[in-house]
Design a binder for this molecule. Structure first.
Ligand SMILES: C[S@@+](CC[C@H](N)C(=O)[O-])C[C@H]1O[C@@H](n2cnc3c(N)ncnc32)[C@H](O)[C@@H]1O
Length: 195
């Protein structure tokens, strides 16, 4: 399977995932949880940064990374225009060693964007970038497609991959963009502290 050239897709504006707003499920999560302490968060595969800006608006010290330099350029422009503070960096979530670890990790359409053969790498990366005992909030896209990206997954696969390393705090079907209604599943996990 050929690797997706993400930079080329940004170059020609082939970005069907770009909705011009953050994940509705993420927005609702923070409206429901004003009590949670604000901390640091990593948004890998951040695209043009809508979700990272939503975390910053919720009071977090947010960092967004993306493998495509054009995504990071657009994210920085939009964030400056919005008058928000977010750190953006070009980087490969799967391959890079963490430049720091984070209190929270937010998944939204990166797991479904990478080749399914790299999903073990994704789980290892999630554990590397998150501090022990950190929180992993994920919006998974439950579609059947095998000729992605996006590549489909199932609730069973998500549980099989993440439950050995994370304790489940909550699972629910979120409010979604209109074309993803009832196709998303949110999971809030906490990584197990090192023994
Ligand atoms: C489907 S897009 C989603 C973008 C953003 N999360 C959103 O929902 O608008 C997937 C993003 O992941 C980025 N990406 C793909 N592989 C990556 C990797 N290994 N590390 C970091 N970013 C990656 C792509 O460049 C692209 O911006």
């Amino acid at each position: 399977m050929a690797e997706t050239d993400w930079e080329a897709r940004y170059g020609i504006g082939d970005m069907p995932w770009e909705k011009g707003e953050p994940s509705p499920g993420l927005v609702d999560f923070w409206a429901l949880h004003p009590e949670l302490p604000r901390a640091t968060v990593l948004v890998p595969g951040c695209g043009t940064g809508h979700d990272a800006r939503a975390w910053a608006s919720a009071g977090f010290r947010a960092t967004g990374t993306d493998i495509a330099p054009s995504a990071i350029r657009l994210a920085k422009q939009k964030t400056a225009k919005a008058g928000l503070q977010v750190e953006f960096r070009v980087g490969d979530f799967l391959a890079d060693e963490p430049f720091r670890t984070f209190d929270w990790l937010f998944e939204h359409t990166l797991f479904c964007a990478i080749a399914p053969s790299r999903r073990d790498d994704y789980v290892r990366a999630a554990m590397r970038w998150l501090r022990p005992g950190g929180d992993f909030l994920a919006v998974h896209y439950l579609i059947a497609d095998t000729d992605g990206p996006p590549f489909g997954t199932t609730r069973d696969e998500v549980w099989r991959r993440f439950s050995p390393h994370f304790d489940s705090l909550q699972e629910w079907v979120p409010r979604s963009y209109p074309n993803r209604t009832a196709l998303e599943l949110m999971l809030w996990w906490r990584s197990r502290p090192a023994p």
